[in-house]
Design a protein around this ligand. Structure first.
Ligand SMILES: Nc1ncnc2c1ncn2[C@@H]1O[C@H](COP(=O)(O)OP(=O)(O)O)[C@@H](O)[C@H]1O
Ligand SMILES: [Mg+2]
Ligand SMILES: [Zn+2]
Length: 338
């Protein structure tokens, strides 16, 4: 069925071995000559048409008519917490990573996962100090990569971000997300923290419509433009019936690492005011501190690198506040509440 020889070889080896039904090209790049190859376009079309979506989402005509795809839980995962914002660069990934680590630090017996849903600009590999490609087993299930006892999965573990064509990634955003949710051995997990891409687009909707999200946390800086987008984000989640747990204000106050003096660079209470206006809680206020950036850039986030610092304490308090706001977990099979 494939005309390109390279692809044939590829499909016979990796595809057949790892992912015969969905054709997941974990390392297709090595075998493909160019994206203009006809086999490639057929291949990527097949990929984009997305069997996974049909399986979990909207192939049922009745559901389609009502416009309500069924939300299927992820096996073994109790709570999915998404970290979102309207705008890029406000510190979503930083917050998601530290929230995951803080949940674990607050309750070391709990199992925590971190899903990087930013397919175009994954940050989790760098921030969690993880490199390499993920492997699938004979049942086509992908093993998450683990660091600091957190199970992590990211597009960055499935394709080589610097080498693979961006257009190809565009075609598979949705299917990639489905795969990152459904074909990864997540369970058992108390919490799966999802680092969302910016905005209120397809990725947000795909997620909100396909899996039961316990709650969304909105990250914003106090600047007007970020606040405006944060509001849009909160409204979108409400529209798709995802509870918004609250708002985290990031980088409102500059904290000098030398003398500790604090200065409100972008205004003090923008996020608090927005929270009040939307009837939401302010879950925490994270200062702009170079240690936050340096530690996550070096792959050892503040919670791990400086566990006794005030900054780490701030994130742990945020995690506590998030947990307090989570709805009770109801086991979908037994109906038992925990
Ligand atoms: N509280 C903070 N103090 C200092 N730097 C921060 C803070 N929060 C985020 N950053 C830095 O800002 C940049 C953008 O953050 P990131 O988490 O990648 O944002 P997003 O995921 O929203 O695009 C990163 O370099 C990150 O290290
Ligand atoms: Mg990010
Ligand atoms: Zn100073």
């Amino acid at each position: 069925m494939f005309s390109c020889r390279a692809l044939q070889t590829f499909s016979k080896t990796l595809l057949v071995k790892y992912a015969p039904d969905v054709g997941v090209p974990y390392r297709y790049n090595k075998w493909l000559h160019s994206p203009s190859c006809t086999a490639f376009s057929g291949f990527s079309r097949g990929f984009a048409s997305d069997k996974a979506t049909q399986k979990v989402g909207g192939s049922d005509p009745e559901r389609m008519q009502r416009g309500l795809p069924k939300k299927l839980p992820i096996a073994g995962v109790k709570h999915i917490i998404v970290v979102a914002s309207g705008k890029g660069g406000v510190g979503k990934s930083t917050t998601a990573v530290n929230l995951a680590l803080a949940l674990k630090a607050n309750d070391p017996s709990s199992q925590v996962g971190l899903l990087d849903a930013d397919v175009y600009g994954p940050s989790v590999p760098r921030m969690m100090g993880l490199k390499g490609l993920a492997l699938a087993d004979e049942r086509q299930l992908i093993e998450p990569l683990v660091n600091f006892s957190i199970k992590c999965m990211s597009m960055g573990f499935l394709v080589e971000m610097d080498k693979d064509p961006i257009v190809w990634r565009g075609l598979m955003v949705m299917s990639a997300l489905q795969r990152l949710l459904r074909q990864v051995k997540w369970g058992p997990l108390e919490y799966l923290v999802v680092d969302m891409p910016p905005g209120t687009g397809d990725a947000q909707l795909t997620l909100a419509q396909n899996v039961p999200i316990s709650g969304a946390v909105i990250v914003t800086t106090p600047q007007d433009i970020a606040l405006l987008d944060a509001r849009k984000g909160a409204e979108m989640f409400r529209r798709v019936q995802v509870p918004v747990l609250g708002i985290i204000q990031n980088m409102s106050v500059y904290e000098c690492p030398k003398c500790g003096h604090r200065e409100h660079v972008f205004g003090k209470d923008g996020a608090r005011a927005l929270a009040g206006e939307l009837g939401l809680d302010l879950l925490g206020d994270v200062p702009l501190n170079i240690a936050v950036r340096e530690t996550s850039d070096s792959g050892s986030p503040i919670i791990v690198a400086q566990p006794d610092s005030t900054l780490a304490r701030t994130f742990r308090e945020i995690a506590q506040n998030v947990v307090k706001k989570l709805p009770q977990y109801v086991d979908p099979i037994t109906g038992r509440k925990t």
